[in-house]
Ligand binder design. Structure first.
Ligand SMILES: Nc1nc2c(c(=O)[nH]1)N[C@H]1C(S)=C(S)[C@@H](COP(=O)(O)O)O[C@H]1N2
Ligand SMILES: [Mo]
Length: 197
């Protein structure tokens, strides 16, 4: 007997149209941000909240962290199984804010104005995290240092690198790739890749 998943179980973890990779491709639009003064970094939580919250770098790094295990699926058809992340659970962030009535969606804001949207209930899943480490290493600049979102049940473009803001909204609104034809939701099991109409 073995703990290893059988080949068949592994295959069942790969959504339709995806191919496994053991590498960790780098994909994004625009320039990788490099920071030389982390005192200028903060994470802003705003929109439909009773009071806006700004979390400074030191404060963020002192938040309780957990380990998360998941598979990631990129819309460009690569999947990477068995990722180990260290990060802050969304529930820790939600302890700091009170949502106002009517919040249904979230916009994640990254450096350089890059954005991505998702429903509030997907953001609030206990599998969603704000990651600071991947497979034991501090995130590299190209993979989102210092903090990236990871929303493993949606295509990986929803996992904003270089996260700087979380906005609660009263309706859905397209983010950067969604304005450019990517699906508003992005379920890899339903192949919700692009939505050109
Ligand atoms: N800020 C930001 N985050 C982003 C992107 C981006 O262009 N900007 N691209 C997304 C896309 S399309 C993918 S597939 C993943 C890739 O993450 P990786 O480079 O760590 O593999 O980041 C997502 N997060
Ligand atoms: Mo992607």
């Amino acid at each position: 007997m073995t703990d290893q998943p059988s080949e068949r179980d592994r295959a069942n973890r790969v959504p339709p149209g995806q191919t496994l990779t053991e590498s960790f491709p780098v994909l994004h639009y625009g320039d990788i941000p490099y920071y030389n003064d982390m005192s200028k970094w903060d994470l802003r939580i705003f929109g439909l909240v009773e009071q806006e919250v700004v979390i400074a770098y030191k404060e963020f790094m002192a938040l309780p962290r957990r380990e998360f295990h998941n598979d990631i699926h990129c819309v460009t058809t690569w999947s990477r199984l068995d990722n180990v992340w260290e990060g802050v659970a969304v529930s820790e962030i939600m302890k700091k804010v009170a949502l106002r009535n009517g919040a249904t969606h979230v916009m994640l804001h990254a450096e350089h104005g890059w954005t991505t949207n998702l429903p509030l209930s997907d953001f609030l899943r206990d599998t969603t995290l704000l990651a600071v480490k991947h497979n034991g290493e501090i995130l590299s600049p190209e993979h989102g240092y210092p903090v990236r979102a990871v929303v493993p049940h949606l295509y990986f473009w929803k996992s904003a690198k270089w996260l700087r803001g979380i906005e609660f909204m009263a309706k859905d609104k397209p983010g950067f790739w969604e304005m450019n034809g990517y699906h508003m939701y992005g379920d890899p099991w339903k192949e919700e890749r692009y939505d050109f109409d």
